[in-house]
Design a binder for this molecule. Structure first.
Ligand code: NAD
Length: 223
């Protein structure tokens, strides 16, 4: 069976990485216009680097949980699995998932806004870091901000359209175009989340509860 999986911040919540929209989530502590838009970066690059430096440290200290591990195990079985994530953390890869599609970029990568080169980010980035390729002082985290176009959209659309099963895990379905992917699905659709998301009605099936319990149980049924 061809399975396309879309994960969101909820899959990493039990690894200690905060989600954005839950009570106490990151957006209640920071204004997204300041730290997650190109305009915010132009206004105050030091603040934006501080924000992502803190996220990077949290990420480096976090470990993959049972949901990441179950999804990695699923990819080694009989099914043809495409794993798409909105997360910028690297927990799917560290759990062993191959070929993770990071539609919103990666916290652990840096990007030159002048020449588009990208490289492994140091734990602490600064606005003064020069690009190793062109030398420009235009280094930013390689993450997709609000108002920017997510990566790999063609590959993602093809994977979702051609899948027999599309599964969204731990996403509030508030951020587009990720939230609209369910509309592309031709096969069966399943939402796994703590509670019904904003697009819950668009899914055929639902399983509600913590990802570390629901995802391993679902994977065990499929394998
Ligand atoms: P979100 O914060 O908007 O929503 C998280 C969803 O996960 C909610 O619906 C919540 O009910 C659910 N959830 C919380 N704990 C859960 C658990 N233990 N098990 C199952 N579900 C749980 O996140 P989003 O939909 O991914 O969209 C927000 C954007 O924020 C994305 O673009 C993503 O790039 C970014 N983000 C990434 C990280 C990360 O990389 N770990 C963390 C926060 C936000």
């Amino acid at each position: 069976m061809k399975i396309a999986i879309l994960t969101g911040a909820g899959v990493s919540a039990e690894s200690g990485l905060g989600t954005f929209r839950d009570v106490g989530g990151l957006w209640t502590q920071y204004d997204l216009n300041d730290v997650a838009t190109p305009q915010g970066f132009a206004r105050n690059p030091a603040l934006v680097h501080d924000f992502y430096n803190a996220r990077r440290t949290n990420c480096a200290e976090a470990v993959p949980n049972a949901a990441h591990e179950a999804l990695a195990a699923l990819a080694t079985g009989a099914h043809d699995v495409t794993l798409i994530t909105q997360n910028i953390d690297d927990l799917h890869s560290r759990a062993g998932s191959p070929d993770v599609i990071h539609m919103h970029g990666q916290l652990m990568r840096a990007l030159c806004a002048a020449c588009d080169a990208s490289w492994d980010a140091p734990l602490v980035m600064s606005p003064q870091d020069p690009c190793p390729d062109c030398g420009a002082i235009a280094t930013r985290p390689d993450v997709v901000w609000f108002g920017e176009i997510p990566y790999h959209m063609e590959t993602i659309a093809h994977a979702v359209t051609s899948a027999d099963l599309f599964v969204a895990i731990g996403t509030s379905a508030e951020v587009y175009p990720a939230a609209g992917l369910v509309e592309l699905a031709q096969g069966r659709t399943l939402e796994i989340n703590l509670e019904p998301s904003a697009r819950a009605n668009a899914f055929d099936d639902h399983r509600f509860g913590p990802a570390t319990q629901i995802v391993p149980a679902w994977v065990a049924e499929l394998r």
